[in-house]
Design a protein. Structure first.
Lengths: 116, 110
């Protein structure tokens, strides 16, 4: 079974802090994604990566950056956390073939971030 | 702009009853449609995936249908159980980035 893990289930940070969210997958997937999920808005793509050291902006990259130094790990960074970044953050991975969107994404359990 | 619209936004049914969730999409290019189930506080889990050439796909008590001509899909849940209480998300693919619907929140009451 594919396993996608996220470093924290719950996180509380203060405005202005630098926040790191870590995601690790154990199935050697090329593609990894970061989403945020807010009530009534559904999942919105922040960044994705299709290979080590490669990254692409999603729909809402402002205020975020990412790092993919190893294939299995994809990190989301909030350079200076703000209250409007309070949200549920979901990481996902998928095997090759996502360019044709034939492959299912596998999601982690999510990190619920509260910025005070 | 690619869009996926789901209805109803929320639904309450009694245990044992059937229900149908709807998904309409305006996505191009389109190659497949997936339904995910998301339990509260958890990440989404895939239920079904259908390519544009498939009309129906089942996974236990879950049956998804796809009409690529009218760009509509439905998810039918048979003999609902309390554990079916969750959010159900419709997702379309065709380009590199999938397009997500906002989900239907289903509550099954005993």
């Amino acid at each position: 079974d594919v396993k996608v893990t996220q470093s924290s289930r719950y996180l509380v940070k203060r405005t202005g802090e630098k926040v790191f969210l870590e995601c690790v997958q154990d199935m050697d997937h090329e593609n990894m994604f970061w989403y945020r999920q807010d009530p009534g808005l559904g999942l919105r793509l922040i960044y994705f990566s299709y290979d080590v050291k490669m990254k692409e902006k999603g729909d809402i990259p402002e205020g975020y950056s990412v790092s993919r130094e190893k294939k299995e790990r994809f990190s989301l960074i909030l350079e200076s956390a703000s209250t409007n970044q309070t949200s549920m953050y979901l990481c996902a991975s998928s095997p090759p073939g996502a360019a044709e969107a034939q492959e299912t994404q596998y999601f982690g359990p999510g990190t619920r971030l509260l910025v005070l | 702009k690619n869009q996926v619209e789901q209805s109803p936004q929320s639904l309450i049914i009694l245990e044992g009853k059937n229900c149908t969730l709807q998904c309409n999409y305006t996505v191009s290019p389109f190659s497949n449609l997936r339904w995910y189930k998301q339990d509260t506080g958890r990440g989404p889990v895939s239920l079904t995936i259908m390519t544009f050439s498939e009309n129906t796909k089942s996974n236990g008590r879950y049956t998804a249908t796809l009409d690529a001509d009218t760009k509509q899909s439905s998810l039918h849940i048979t003999a609902s159980q309390l554990s079916d209480s969750a959010s159900y998300i419709c997702v379309t693919g065709g380009s590199y980035i999938p397009t997500f619907g906002r989900g239907t929140s289903l509550i099954v009451h005993p």
